[in-house]
Design a binder for this molecule. Structure first.
Ligand code: PEP
Length: 251
């Protein structure tokens, strides 16, 4: 089945409002005419509104890097789905390994965030991935299955259709070490099979699974050529206009 490619840039905790404005302006230029793929930028919360303004007449959408499940209230430091939407975001990254590892977000809290995003119609980009230790002790599939089953608990088929998955091996994030195209394809095929078991085959066939972990201009084409890799979630290389422009123009 042909799935529409999706290239997303995660800016993490980089870029002031002014810097975000200039980077988004450059990406806006080089995304013109890209009609057969989706492009998303995920700036920090503080720059979402500015970036969304720059991109309003383009095909590039804006994502947040996290979201709260509550509508409003006493949740210091959190941002609600409606706040993100009012700033111009249409999607949100959930369960990034930095949230899991540095900020101790577990599968249960990530599941709440997933439900919050879906309830308010933000497209979740749900991240999963194993650490080096887990891979070396042959626990990759076990860990991924647990992250998927717990993170997607209570998500209905209709909601799953609106969800994007991202496989990001923790050992490949920001390390310059990419999973080989064979390693990534093997895991993506596993994820798709599990989604078919958990939901329905047509959902598994249509769900987009992005690869993330040191995606660069020189490896994006071979990764995107794999049958179960439908896109990329890009960190470091998304901070540089020239690199990200090359990535979104993958062949
Ligand atoms: C990420 O943070 O999602 C990521 C994949 O980072 P990098 O591309 O820098 O490895």
């Amino acid at each position: 089945m042909k799935r529409r490619p999706l290239l997303a840039g995660n800016w993490k905790m980089h870029k002031t409002v002014l810097e975000a404005y200039s980077l988004a302006t450059e990406i806006e230029k080089c995304s013109a005419g890209l009609e057969d793929r989706d492009v998303i930028l995920a700036p920090p919360f503080t720059a979402i509104h500015e970036v969304a303004k720059v991109l309003k007449d383009s095909c590039v959408e804006v994502a947040a890097q996290n979201v709260c499940w509550e509508e409003q209230g006493a949740f210091t430091g959190e941002i609600s789905p409606e706040m993100l939407k009012s700033a111009g975001a249409t999607a949100v990254i959930i369960g990034h390994s930095e949230r899991r590892q540095i900020f101790h977000e577990d599968n249960e809290i990530i599941n709440k965030r997933m439900k919050g995003a879906l309830k308010f119609d933000l497209m979740p980009i749900f991240c999963i991935g194993e650490t080096l230790e887990e891979r070396e002790s042959d626990k990759t599939f076990e860990v991924l299955e647990e992250q998927l089953r717990k993170g997607l608990t209570g998500i209905r088929s209709l909601e799953m259709k609106k969800t994007v998955l991202a496989y990001e091996p923790v050992w490949a994030i920001g390390t310059g070490k990419t999973a080989t195209k064979e390693q990534a394809q093997e895991v993506h095929a596993f994820i798709r099979k599990l989604i078919a078991e958990m939901f329905e085959k047509d959902i598994a066939d249509s769900v987009r699974i992005l690869y993330g972990g040191s995606v660069k201009p020189d490896n994006v084409d071979e990764l995107m050529a794999q049958p179960d890799i439908d896109g990329a979630l890009v960190g470091g290389a998304a901070l540089d206009a020239e690199s990200f422009c090359r990535i979104i123009n993958f062949i």
